[in-house]
Design a protein around this ligand. Sequence first.
Ligand code: CTP
Ligand code: MN
Ligand code: MN
Length: 504
Amino acid sequence: MFQTAFLTRKRRRPDINFTQVHEEVKFRDVTLYLVEKRMGKSRRNFLTNLARSKGFLVENMLSGHVTHVVSEGNAPQELWNWLEEQNLREPHNKHVLNISWFTESMSAGEPVPLEMRHYILNPAAERKLCPSPSSKPMSTVSPYACQRRTTIENHNKVFTDALEVIAESSEFSGNQGSCLAFRRAASVLKSLPVALKCTEDTQHLPGLGEHSKAIIEEIFECGASLKAQEILRDERYRTMKLFSSVFGVGPKTAESWYYRGLRTFEDVLTEPTIKLNRMQTAGFMFYEDISKPVSRSEAYALKTIVEEAVTCVNSSASVNVIGGFRRGKEFGHDVDFIIRVPEPGQEDGLLSAVIDRFKSQNILLYSDFQESTFDLRRLPNRRFEAMDHFQKCFLILKLKRDQVTDIRSIDEVRERFQCRDWRAVRVDLVAPPIERYAYALLGWTGSTLFERDLRRFARLERGKLLDNHVLYDKATKTFLPADTEEDIFAHLGLEYIEPLQRNA
Ligand code: CTP
Ligand code: MN
Ligand code: MN
């Protein structure tokens, strides 16, 4: 049912519409509806004709096609009560706007970009967003990372670097709440199109607690965060950072090593009571290589290798880069790939065959293969950070020097390969069933904070549960189908955010 409504909404309107026959429609992504209540019939007629003469499509009826609802003079509660009485299936898929957006668009002769100040928010939803009944003006930055566009260009690096060091130090102390608060604050600053100029610039930003604001203020006053500098000198932080930089060593293990008095890799490797697992052993064995960032050219050289192996096993399968490289990053700690198979069930046995192939090519240095445990009957999963159930593997592969064709300079070659003709690289592969592909693609593209906020938004604002496998509507108790990432954003009533803008 939803699917049908959604498809008809997406399909563009026919050129001739019985409500608008004479004027040419210039802006096909915008379909207006003007609320007559309080505006009055004659003003509504006048504004309708004005908009149509400028090439806007204006509907007389509030239908599923309408994208922008414009109201004048109605109190938000009154307007939303009225909207809810109209029995629209998806009222949250529409922008509900005050007349200012309309008049600005008329004088610009085109739809002006939407800003928060244009919106008439549902007071019920707004109470959820800002629990304190303050009279602060509405911020133009969304508190949800999935409603912000965050490219890799960061205009506030001095602030975000400090906030992230402090976040990491909280994480190392097991203080997840404060870690997340500092990460959120950094993420909001990363989304800003310009650098902060003074402390007051943070006043109307969402998600910045007193602690984060104090850090920013200190940077404005002293040029640096003394707290972050102190952390960077702290022995515990430095040791935890060093240990957890090893593949297979998480904060818990790092902490236990620290408390046993160990401070260096040599301490760990010569301590007889320490038993390393297989992953940690590989982590130490290839530490020098895998602690070096992987460049884009190396990532794409690996794509060729993975593609060759995958299509050798299944000629109709294809490979896509995901993770940080899909978001446009120049360097990563690993390379993530998703494998797409066109038919349900074709993914069975695929990854183990691919791994065997790497083995026979003598490029497999380490492999942790996880068979699929995907079972739709056990979903949705209410746990936030639960690992997904798809068939996947965490690998270390040999990348040969001559396989990287577009390395930029000979220095890069020397630096990355030292004297060997290969280097070790961490590679993640995931192979979901085709009907779960869009969800897996969205989940594995990241960033982690972007994904976290998508889930939080779905749950708190839409009553839906999202994870790497499904989107579940609690109201109708149904799983919502999606072929593309765009479908998922549309189900959530969110504007589509490109992968390049998901670096929250
Ligand atoms: N991911 C996931 N399930 C896993 C592993 C990873 O959903 N079992 C997701 C993570 O949440 C992240 C994305 O896959 O959003 C990529 O993970 P990772 O490689 O750790 O991070 P990147 O963003 O690629 O960062 P980097 O460039 O450092 O590799
Ligand atoms: Mn990655
Ligand atoms: Mn990864």
